[in-house]
Design a protein around this ligand. Sequence first.
Ligand code: ZN
Length: 375
Amino acid sequence: MDKYEEFMALTSQAIGILKDMSKRSPYDMASDGMARKTAKNFTQLADVLFGPTDSPRLQRESVALAEERELSLEYLEMVEKHAKKLQKRGAAWRLRAELIAFEGTFEEVEAYAKKRVMEEGGDKPKQRGVRLGRVVDGLRTISITDTQRRITDLEKTLDAAVENDNDRPRSEALLEPFWDLVKGNGTGLIKPEYRTVIAIGLDDFAKVSCGKGEDVIVALSDGTTMTGAEFINAAMEGSLGDKLYVGLFHPTAGPVNLYEARFASDKLRTLAMAENLVCPWPDCNVPADRCQVHHIDAHKHGGYTKPSNLTMLCKYHNGVNDDDGPRKKRKRPSPGKPKRGRMRRHRGKVRLHTPGGKLVGNTHHVSSMGAMDLI
Ligand SMILES: [Zn+2]
């Protein structure tokens, strides 16, 4: 067993560890070398699991189940983070019991927990508004929360005003265009034309076209979503452009077309955007509008410029993707730099092939509304 495996074995004994912690003071644990804040978090969690409660039976059964399932400290802390938001008598323990019994990955459980807390009224939806922060190191921060459409229109206006300067971080590049806009220099907020790709299934398109699309939500390659009604309005205002492109996707082969050239043409680019409306790297949220065309099998290794070999990747992930991949062993691995894995098409869909051999998709809500997810 190497140290990592020992660590993982210990991780599965969280209930036993917390039980021992429940007999200790956080200050004693701090004097053993733990951060006081961490020690307090652990003893508070131990109190919840082993201390007095309004639901003793549910507490007992859930603790036993958590031990049997070998849940980690990290998992139990996540459960607690969400459950403690519920104030009604018994509600917190009902949610803890549900989450401890939930079968799924850490991320799936967390997504479910957020949904349940929202349903039970433990979290209020974000409020629209402008918030101003205090002075820190001579600087202040302003944050604006508003509808996705208004903020995205603002973003596109600022992006359009950025002079091509690829070396500057985006936040810095957007600053002067922002002040120019506030001062009224330039033409004001642009009403963007949707050169942006909209992915919609044929069934939904039929519904939306005859005005019955109230419940239809379509996703766009700028990372936002639109209702069927907004979609029709955009079409009426002419902001969808005068042409409608139809991409053809096969459920297992991916995008279909016959086109081979070195540089992805506009058509291929559009098709790739419709497939993955955000960068398909797991946990990435860069919308396809700001992504680059990536050859899944690198062009230098004979990969074709055809739809099934193309995907959009953000600049960063295009850079870290391991083009040489596991299929070709390098003579000397570059020391100290872990491999990040590479994009692959698996059963039609673009996935990250991790160095450990797992296939992982992006679970971003817009990513899961792309063309390949509509069929
Ligand atoms: Zn990315």
